[in-house]
Design a protein around this ligand. Structure first.
Ligand SMILES: C[S@@+](CC[C@H](N)C(=O)[O-])C[C@H]1O[C@@H](n2cnc3c(N)ncnc32)[C@H](O)[C@@H]1O
Length: 258
């Protein structure tokens, strides 16, 4: 019995936060489709050498092999991006916010919390709030409970608040946060109008003197334009960074002190 308790305690101590894979359906499609195409091309080439000897058949087999290879590489690159590249880049992004440690920060579309927990680590006297709708199409295993568990495993649960809500209608008062961040989240909104609305909400809940950092692989020029239109005149995008696949840009901006 005592051995069991000790074992359970040790397993908990060894457990690490798990952040899932971004766009899991697409990654799975590449991971299954790529090898399937390569296998089909190999079987056709070696199983039916006569049929595969015409110019048209050779072109088709070449195209299948190339597409299969590209799909395999994309599956590997996207998995490494979710697990390794994103972590490195988010660490740099948070350090560039130069947080004092006592601020209130918000992440919109926080998912399982890789960025949220990085922010929380930098806020020993502050608080990191994450808001999400928990779409499992956008991130595998996405759920408020998974993010809460990750915060516990990372020892920052006391300074993390997790809310369920839509980034287009943030349930916070104007000027509530010293920093607002996002990673691979805003592009998921279906239209340009939706994305503009989310970025306007980010500007609304930011305090005077507050800072914004938004990482994404598309639409970033539009995020910077919307922030400038909302009065954050220094809004600019930085990048691309090839630490992630697809490569990404970071939009940084700040609100003039009041
Ligand atoms: C690719 S995941 C990225 C999660 C996290 N930011 C990260 O980098 O690990 C995109 C996230 O945006 C969330 N999301 C999509 N539409 C949203 C919306 N309208 N409001 C809030 N969150 C949303 C999804 O549920 C998902 O958690």
């Amino acid at each position: 019995m005592q051995g069991n308790t000790h074992e359970i305690g040790r397993r908990h101590a060894d457990a690490k936060p798990r952040f899932g894979i971004d766009a899991p359906t697409l990654v799975l499609g590449f991971a299954v489709g790529g090898p399937a195409l390569l296998l089909a091309a190999m079987v056709l080439t070696h199983g039916f050498p006569l049929a595969a000897s015409s110019d048209a058949a050779r072109s088709l087999l070449g195209a299948m092999t190339l597409t299969g290879l590209i799909m395999c590489l994309e599956a590997i690159a996207m998995t490494l991006s979710s697990r390794v590249g994103k972590r490195l880049l988010l660490r740099r992004m948070v350090s560039s916010l130069n947080l004092r440690g006592d601020e209130q920060a918000l992440e919109v579309g926080c998912g399982r919390g890789m960025l949220l927990l990085e922010v929380a680590h930098n806020l020993p006297q502050g608080r990191a709030t994450g808001i999400d709708l928990w779409s499992t199409r956008d991130q595998s295993g996405n759920a408020a409970a998974a993010t809460r568990r990750n915060a516990e495993l990372a020892d920052v649960a006391d300074r993390v608040r997790i809310n369920t809500g839509d980034m287009r209608h943030l349930p916070y008062a104007d000027a509530s946060f010293d920093a607002v961040v996002a990673s691979l989240a805003i592009h998921n909104l279906p239209t340009q109008t939706d994305r503009e609305q989310a970025v306007r909400e980010i500007a609304r809940v930011l305090k005077p003197g507050g800072r914004v950092a938004l990482l994404d692989f598309r639409c970033t020029a539009a995020y910077a334009r919307t922030l400038r239109a909302e009065g954050l005149t220094d809004a600019r995008r930085h990048g691309p960074s090839f630490l992630m696949f697809p490569w990404v840009w970071i939009v940084r901006a700040s609100k003039a002190p009041g």
